[in-house]
Design a protein around this ligand. Structure first.
Ligand code: FAD
Length: 366
């Protein structure tokens, strides 16, 4: 790279791109934030947005990365201010299926052994936290006091607003120019403008494979759509994020609630209309929170999870293309703040953090 500040184009400004760009700009890089559409309006705005490590026990390394994600979210809230995006009110989880209940309690035990905040309560105790819930008094309910939810679009807005960066929104990257040794040296936007850069970050979410292809790289991605519905209600009857039987529910601000369910996701490919999927989600939510009966189903959207082929994040440099970096992951609401910090340190200081071992892009390089 030449003399003077490093000039980095961040391609895609969802939570991943915004977090990387904000960290880079704080550390003195010249940052160009580029989004084909508007920042924060991709998957980040159609996410369940639960910040957790309790659902990430598939490997110890992935769990530790998500714990670091939780810590980084808290630190980010302290750095930029928590208002309107950070809701650290804990998480309640219970089920009506005996086999799933046994797994839930087993996972709670494992997490307690790993030092994670977890408490097993009864339905009656859970109702003291959430009086609007309909659930049996004796049902075991697992409470994770340190978990949270995030308003993704507002967080992106805050990070973009606070980053000292050039902003290019409404025109996507259609070409990445390379020079001697295959080093990245420019990006070309769909409006024809060409910008000279020292490095690019592929943070294009579900479109990451197309951006990787611009440097001749094949990034395998899974196809895992999910459906999210927003309900409008005059008074939001719940105070925290919850996994209830057959539906996940969280507040979404003063007059809105967000719903999601893996069971309803399974209907996406049957050709059912999104509006019908929204009605089904509402029906499930009313059984758990009868007070949502009067809420109105607002917009329902099918979004694609940005999941690399083996299910884990792809974060860091690709040595065969100097100056090209990836920041592509599912669970990006939880992981965006920590990935943003680690990747900025890697781009500017060459520091490869051990937390990212096992999640590096090289594993997809033949
Ligand atoms: C149903 C569902 C539920 C989820 N639940 C959770 C959860 O509970 N907790 C959690 O942590 N995560 C969850 N996730 C995952 C999380 O939402 C994503 O990992 C995260 O939002 C990804 O952010 P991103 O910045 O990578 O992508 P996006 O927010 O999609 O941003 C990518 C941006 O790139 C832009 N772009 C694309 N191509 C180009 C181009 N060529 N040039 C310029 N810009 C381009 C797009 O316009 C977009 O704005 C969920 C996802 C889904 C779908």
């Amino acid at each position: 790279m030449g003399e003077g500040p490093v000039r980095v184009a961040v391609i895609g400004v969802g939570i991943l791109g915004a977090a990387v760009g904000w960290n880079l700009s704080r550390q003195g890089a010249e940052v160009i934030l580029i989004d084909a559409a508007q920042p924060g309006e991709g998957v980040t705005n159609w996410s369940f947005s639960w910040v957790n490590a309790s659902n990430k026990t598939v490997t110890r390394a992935y769990y530790e990365l998500n714990v670091a994600g939780l810590v980084a979210c808290r630190e980010l809230a302290a750095a930029i201010g928590p208002s309107s995006w950070w809701y650290p009110s804990g998480h309640l989880r219970w089920t009506d299926d005996p086999a799933a209940e046994a797994r839930l309690l087993e996972t709670a035990e494992l997490l307690a052994a790993w030092g994670y905040g977890v408490e097993v309560r009864t339905g009656a105790e859970a109702r003291r936290l959430e009086p609007a819930l309909a659930l049996p008094d004796e049902a075991p309910v697992v409470f994770y006091p340190d978990e949270a939810w995030v308003h993704g679009r507002r967080l992106v807005g805050r990070l973009v607003g606070q980053a000292a960066a050039e902003r290019r929104f409404g025109a996507g990257v259609r070409e990445i120019g390379t020079g001697a040794g295959g080093r990245v040296e420019a990006v070309v936007l769909s409006d024809g403008s060409r910008l000279g850069v020292d490095a690019v970050v592929n943070a294009a979410g579900p479109s990451a494979a197309q951006v990787a292809a611009l440097v001749g790289r094949r990034l395998p991605m899974r196809r895992e759509p999910g459906v999210v519905t927003r309900l409008s209600c005059a008074d939001v009857p719940i105070g925290r994020v919850m996994h209830a039987p057959h539906v996940e529910i969280r507040p979404d601000g003063d007059a809105s609630v967000v719903l999601h369910s893996r069971e309803i996701d399974a209907l996406i490919d049957t050709g059912e209309e999104p509006a019908e999927l929204g009605r089904l989600l509402h029906a499930s939510a009313r059984r758990v929170v009868p007070g949502l009966g009067g809420a109105r189903v607002g917009e329902t959207r099918v979004a694609f999870r940005p999941i690399p082929g083996d299910g884990f994040p792809s974060v860091g440099a690709v040595p065969s293309v100097p100056g090209y970096y990836e920041a592509v992951t599912h669970s990006g609401i939880t992981l965006g703040p920590v990935i943003g910090r680690l990747l900025a340190a890697e781009i500017l200081g060459g520091k490869r953090d051990d937390l990212l071992d096992g999640f590096r892009p090289e594993r997809f390089t033949p």
